[in-house]
Write a protein that binds this ligand. Structure first.
Ligand code: BTN
Length: 256
């Protein structure tokens, strides 16, 4: 919460939001992190910035947020239902993949919601919960930017839309498509229930992969087989025996 107070220091003037379907969209040239700006906003608000000075990734990593990438955060209500809550990060990954499919791209997901094309990361999601009933879904999508120019360690690790299609849509169009689809999937989650949405998520992992799970220090190997109808990660051991893990039990998943 302290970070949230600081975020407004970096963003002294709040822009007038524009309507983007059901969403109120606040757009900035530069912010610290769109997730931190979004912390003060009500559900169905979204924040987009051209650049972030302190883009945040998972595991406290820095997220390179140079110009011409899509840096977007969406504030959504959190359900009281435990399984719906567990499904939210997975559903958000599904929404991004749906939009990419619309654009003719075939992404896959790496648990829980990294969006990859040919093993390179095209988009990442960071879900923050700053207040009781709201989550901030932070979406970083490489579009025409070149993250490896700022961080050479990212060379050969990242993908961007402009290398995957001749003319990627403008950021405004992508923002619209993603917010619309995120809203749609969250409605599906509420109306049809998590199993229906998770069935669709399970089509996006690609072929079963050998993984190593870091369970808070304890390492565990197996075959990642997707998520169960309750949204738990399913891991098969050499004998085909399945074990299930809640996201908070898994510090990190590495594809081996
Ligand atoms: C990851 O590590 O894969 C998650 C990256 C999430 C980056 C996005 S960019 C928009 C939003 N604001 C942030 O500071 N982070 C997320």
């Amino acid at each position: 919460m302290t970070a949230a107070l600081h975020s407004n220091v970096a963003n002294p003037t709040t822009p007038v939001p524009s309507r983007c379907g059901d969403w109120a969209l606040y757009e900035y040239p530069v912010v610290t992190s769109t997730n931190l700006v979004a912390v003060n906003l009500p559900a169905w608000s979204a924040v987009r910035a051209d650049t972030q000075t302190n883009g945040r990734g998972r595991f406290q990593r820095n997220w390179v947020s140079d110009r011409d990438g899509l840096w977007l955060s969406a504030v959504v209500p959190i359900s009281q239902d435990k399984i719906e809550r567990r499904a939210l990060p997975l559903a958000a990954g599904l929404a991004i993949c749906d939009v990419l499919h619309e654009l003719g791209i075939s992404p896959r997901l790496r648990w829980p919601n990294d969006v990859l094309v040919k093993d390179r990361k095209l988009a990442g999601l960071l879900i923050d919960q700053f207040v009781l009933h709201l989550a901030v879904v932070g979406i970083g999508l490489n579009v025409r930017n070149r993250p490896e120019a700022l961080d050479p360690a990212l060379a050969h690790q990242t993908a961007r839309l402009s290398d995957l299609m001749p003319r990627p849509p403008e950021l405004s169009v992508l923002t619209n498509l993603i917010l619309r689809q995120l809203g749609q999937i969250l409605t599906e989650l509420k109306n049809d229930g998590p199993p229906a949405v998770l069935l669709r998520v399970n089509k996006l992992w690609g072929s079963p992969r050998s993984v190593e799970l870091d369970l808070d220090g304890q390492l565990c190997r197996g075959l990642f087989t997707g998520v169960d109808p309750q949204g738990r990660l399913a891991l098969s051991d050499a004998a085909g025996q399945l074990s299930f893990y809640d996201a908070h039990e898994v510090r990190h998943l590495t594809e081996t």
